[in-house]
Design a protein around this ligand. Structure first.
Ligand code: HPA
Length: 316
């Protein structure tokens, strides 16, 4: 726990009812009297610390790289060396996913000698979780010290010439979910009020993924990921709109997690498995079972890409 002894001393001088709370960075910088926070501020930081403490009670592994495994893509978590698996239900503030294909475990272990943490399944806004819950897992990874995170997802392809099973390196996103993990008072202990998103998807980490794909003979596409709330798939009219907006893939995750990670200064890379062509592109009716099946069929290539990426990203 990153407890602040100075804060304890300052607070002890005040009667409890009038005791202000201060950001820990303000205390460290000696700015304790100039910047009191509301009681809500600092709360987020505390919750992240609580999840981190619960994980550290189960393993001393200090992960350098994080991976989020999307719909039907969870198998990679079980390939880690010295695997320690912790169900989200055993950790504070991490809700379980109720979506088939999202197992709901944190997997900590190694790829070669790189210590890694994987979210085997994620929670989504459309399940009714708060946006804070949706990003709590990646915020926990960041507080555990990861330098880079690779997020995977299942997505619909917006390019008529693409095919189910194609893999796409995400170059940028359109956050069309209507929300952000950063709404409300900013906790400066977590990150800045107005984080820059110009280089949200790190060019160096993308290049690593492209090179790993090329070396393994796995073709990779590249494009913009549009994140929508879901859970209904898009109408053909919405799909047309997304093409006009410049997106190549559409899904119901990832963008909020990326915002939360960039807020905390973590480098990000994302990979979409195009599990279907988006609604109206063909006459096919979309189903989650098909999404999962197509994602699972790419398991071996996913394991190759993720392992290769981690081996290099973990050293940079
Ligand atoms: N739309 C939205 N999310 C998705 C899709 C889609 O077509 N396929 C997989 N996730």
């Amino acid at each position: 726990m990153r407890e602040c002894k100075v804060l304890g001393r300052v607070a002890a001088l005040e009667p409890t009812s009038r005791r202000p709370s201060f950001s820990r960075s303000a205390v460290r910088d000696g700015r304790v009297s100039s910047r009191p926070m509301s009681s809500q501020q600092g709360q987020l930081s505390k919750q992240i610390d609580e999840t981190v403490a619960a994980i550290r009670a189960k393993t001393k592994l200090a992960p350098r790289v994080g991976v989020v495994l999307g719909s039907g893509l969870g198998a990679f978590g079980d390939t880690l060396g010295d695997l320690v698996k912790v169900p989200y239900s055993a950790l504070p503030h991490l809700p379980a996913s109720n979506v088939p294909g999202h197992q709901g475990n944190l997997c900590l272990g190694k790829v070669g000698d790189v210590p890694v943490i994987c979210m085997q399944g994620r929670v989504h806004l459309y399940e009714g979780h708060t946006v804070a819950s949706v990003v709590h897992g990646v915020r926990t990874m960041a507080r555990l010290g990861v330098q880079a995170v690779l997020l995977t997802n299942a997505a619909g392809g917006l390019e008529a010439s693409w095919a189910p099973g194609d893999l796409m390196v995400v170059t940028d996103h359109l956050n069309l979910t209507g929300t952000s993990p950063l709404i409300g008072p900013n906790d400066p202990e977590v990150g800045p009020r107005f984080p820059d998103m110009t280089h949200a998807y790190d060019a160096g980490l993308r290049q690593v993924l492209t090179e790993v794909g090329a070396a393994a003979g796995i073709p990779l596409r590249a494009g913009v990921y549009a994140a929508l709330l879901g859970p209904s798939y898009e109408t053909p009219a919405e799909v047309k709109m997304l093409r006009l907006l410049g997106a190549q893939a559409v899904g119901m995750s990832t963008a909020l997690e990326v915002i939360a990670l960039r807020h905390m200064g973590v480098r990000v890379c994302a990979l979409s498995c195009i599990t279907n062509l988006a609604a109206g592109t063909t006459s096919a009716v979309l189903s989650h079972a098909e999404v999962e099946e197509t994602a699972r069929a790419r398991k071996d290539d996913l394991v190759t890409l993720l392992s290769g990426w981690i081996a290099r990203a973990g050293k940079s």
